[in-house]
Design a protein around this ligand. Sequence first.
Ligand SMILES: Nc1ncnc2c1ncn2[C@@H]1O[C@H](COP(=O)(O)OP(=O)(O)OP(=O)(O)O)[C@@H](O)[C@H]1O
Length: 254
Amino acid sequence: MQPLLDVSGVTLRYKTPSVLVTATERVSFEVNTSDRFVLLGPSGCGKSTLLKAVGGYLHPSEGEIRIKGRKVTEPGADRMMVFQEFDQLLPWKTVLDNVMFPLLNARKMGRSEARDRAAAYIEKVGLTRAMNSYPHTLSGGMKQRVAIARGMAMEPDILLMDEPFAALDALTRRTCQDELLQLWEETRFTVMFVTHSIAEAIKIGNRILLLSPHPGRVKAEVVDVEHASPTDGSAGRLEREIHELLFAQDGHGE
Ligand SMILES: Nc1ncnc2c1ncn2[C@@H]1O[C@H](COP(=O)(O)OP(=O)(O)OP(=O)(O)O)[C@@H](O)[C@H]1O
């Protein structure tokens, strides 16, 4: 069966005037429909870079990325991104208008269809009462929920999330994680989620790809993560195992 997303031998580099930075080296993985696929690794290992390349914002210097068999060459409505920053919403538009914006512009929907679709997703993230509010009146957690509703309303093939809860306080972060899982139970969307928190990776993912420090290479993939439970201690054991895998020496002096 063809995977939804096929990342094959992907090397990503940044050229600056003085240096060539290799962010990831020959990274390969496949994401299947309804996966909650987590990219986990230390700061600077190229997680965001990989996500941006899947989004079509960066081009591999080696290897290729395919979605439903089509080569990714540019951004598209089939891959929506949710970022860490709270300022990803348009400040002069209400919550409803923010969620409607890409539906009208990228999906070319009529206003009433876009409004109904946007309202349905705003309800899914529990923000119906804030539908006519402007972003500056919302908390960080609420802004992230709007960004998630906006991405999901487009019904993309894959939702790309770059540490979406990292800037939230611990309690709100936990609530947002729970809500994301609840949304997933309802709609079984495919999500690729970047984090450097092992606990968050275990909570969110059903599969976790572990990347080595700079430049990021695949260290291991952990599957069946959802069977790790916080109540019987298996999540804690998995967390320790992942920590060892991530920080194990691999003979290259890392
Ligand atoms: N625009 C850029 N120009 C040059 N180098 C960059 C650029 N963006 C990222 N890098 C470099 O590429 C490498 C990977 O960065 P990236 O942001 O993808 O890592 P990350 O794993 O997402 O880190 P973090 O968890 O800290 O966000 C780093 O060495 C970084 O310094």
